[in-house]
Ligand binder design. Structure first.
Ligand SMILES: Nc1ncnc2c1ncn2[C@@H]1O[C@H](COP(=O)(O)OP(=O)(O)O)[C@@H](O)[C@H]1O
Ligand SMILES: [Mg+2]
Length: 362
C-alpha cells in the first residue's frame, strides 16, 4: 500500500454511490477540502477545542500537543489534519497505518522530520505493533532508537528528534492500545453533521463546482447524506449528472429526488447496506440480538465495514441498538421496513457506541 491521504483503498465509504472511486473523485475531494479552521462548517466543539490548542501553541511558539481525531469515515479527519498544518504554517507529512508495516518504515519517516512538522498518521489503529512502540517513544521523548546491524550483534543507537506534532486519525479509537492513546494530548471525536451544516457544505461545493442549485435541491441532498460530508459531495455530483442529462442543468428538488432514488438512497438517507443490515436483523434474526460477525456474513460484508460504516449511523438514528448479547433492531427499524415487530422489541438495554465526545486526554 502506498503513502498518502488520497489512497482510499481502505475507505469503506467509497462503495456509497460511487461507481468509479476514481482519480477524478480524489482530485475533486482535494479541491473541496476546506483550508482553514474558520472555513470548516460543523463540529463546533472539536473546532473550538482545536482552535484553542493551536492558538496556545502559536503563542508559545512551540509545536502543539499530539492530536487524535476519531470518528466514522468521511467526516473530515483528513481535512482537519491538513487544516492543522496550514494553521500552524508547517509542512505536513502524510502516511497511514497500513503503509507502516515495519518499525524501520516509521524510523525513516521520523528521522527525517523537521522541527515543528506535522506528521499525519491516517488509520493509525492499523499500524504494526513494533512501529507502534517506536511511536510511543518518539511522541513522548522525541527520540527514536535506530537499530544498526542484524541478529545478536545489532545495536540500538538513540537518535534525538526535533519536536514535531503527530496528528492521528482513526475510525476505531477503541482499538488503539491505551499507551498510544494516552500520548495524545487532545482527542477530538467527530460526530455526524446536522442537515443544516451539510446544506452549507453542499451549497459551498456546488458553487466551487459551478453547479446551479435551488435551496430545496440542496436540502434534499443534505437530508439524505447520512450526516457525512463525503457522501454529500458524492450525491451532489450524482444529482448534477442527473440534472444535466434529464433536466435543465439546475439541481432542484425534482432532480435530487429522482437521482437519489436511482442510486438507492432512501428518504431517510439509508443506503443499500444500511437497509440490508436492518432487513437481515428483522427478517432473518427476528430483530436480534445477533452477533456482529453473523450479521456481517448475512449481508455479505466485512464485520469491520458493518461496524465502522453502517452501524454508527443506524445507532445514532435509533434503528439499531447494541446490547450485551449483540445487535438488535429497534421499533423504528421495523417501522422503516414496513414490518410489524414482535411484541418484545421495546425496552432493550442500550450501550453507547462511541468513545465519548471531543475531550482533552490526560
Ligand atoms: N466540515 C467539512 N466541510 C466541508 N467539507 C468537508 C467537511 N468535512 C469533510 N468534508 C469533505 O468531505 C470529504 C471527506 O473528508 P475527509 O477529511 O477526507 O474525511 P475523513 O478523513 O474523516 O474520512 C472531503 O472531500 C472534504 O472536503
Ligand atoms: Mg481520511
Amino acid at each position: 500500500m502506498t503513502d498518502g491521504y488520497d489512497d482510499e483503498s481502505y475507505d469503506a465509504t467509497a462503495r456509497i454511490v460511487d461507481p468509479g472511486g476514481d482519480e477524478e473523485e480524489r482530485r475533486i475531494e482535494a479541491a473541496l477540502r476546506p483550508k482553514k479552521l474558520a472555513d470548516f462548517p460543523g463540529q463546533p466543539r472539536v473546532r473550538d477545542q482545536l482552535g484553542l490548542v493551536l492558538e496556545a501553541a502559536r503563542r508559545r511558539q512551540k509545536p502543539p500537543d499530539h492530536v487524535l481525531l476519531s470518528g466514522p469515515p468521511g467526516l473530515g479527519k483528513t481535512s482537519l489534519a491538513m487544516i492543522i498544518a496550514a494553521e500552524l504554517e508547517q509542512p505536513i507529512r502524510i502516511t497511514s497505518g497500513p503503509a507502516i508495516q515495519h518499525a524501520g518504515d516509521l524510523a525513516a519517516i521520523l528521522s527525517s522530520l523537521a522541527e515543528g512538522e506535522v506528521l499525519f498518521l491516517d488509520e493509525i489503529h492499523r499500524m504494526a505493533r513494533p512501529a507502534e512502540e517506536m511511536l510511543y517513544l518518539a511522541m513522548e521523548d522525541f527520540r527514536v532508537d535506530v537499530i544498526v546491524g542484524k541478529g545478536p550483534g545489532a545495536t540500538a543507537i538513540p537518535l534525538e528528534l526535533p519536536p514535531f506534532t503527530v496528528v492521528g486519525a482513526t475510525t476505531r479509537a477503541g482499538l488503539l492500545p491505551a499507551p498510544l492513546r494516552d500520548r495524545f494530548g487532545f482527542t477530538g471525536h467527530l460526530d455526524f453533521y446536522d442537515p443544516a451544516d451539510l446544506a452549507q457544505i453542499v451549497t459551498r461545493n456546488a458553487g466551487l463546482l459551478g453547479i446551479e442549485t435551488t435551496p430545496q435541491g440542496v436540502d434534499e441532498i443534505a437530508g439524505r447524506s447520512r450526516g457525512t460530508p463525503r457522501i454529500a459531495n458524492r450525491l451532489l455530483r450524482r444529482v448534477r449528472d442527473y440534472a444535466q442529462v434529464h433536466g435543465a442543468g439546475v439541481l432542484d428538488r425534482g432532480a435530487a429526488r429522482a437521482a437519489l432514488d436511482l442510486f438507492d438512497v432512501d428518504e431517510q438517507g439509508l443506503d443499500r447496506l444500511d437497509r440490508a443490515v436492518l432487513e437481515a436483523l428483522c427478517r432473518r434474526f427476528g430483530g436480534g440480538p445477533v452477533g456482529l460477525s453473523t450479521l456481517a456474513v448475512a449481508v455479505g460484508e466485512e464485520p469491520d465495514t458493518v461496524e465502522t460504516v453502517s452501524e454508527p449511523y443506524l445507532v445514532r438514528e435509533g434503528y439499531l441498538v447494541r446490547t450485551p448479547r449483540g445487535r438488535a433492531a429497534s421499533a423504528a427499524a421495523w417501522a422503516h421496513l414496513g414490518l410489524t415487530p414482535p411484541p418484545d422489541t421495546t425496552g432493550m438495554p442500550q450501550l453507547p457506541i462511541d468513545e465519548g465526545g471531543g475531550r482533552f486526554g490526560d
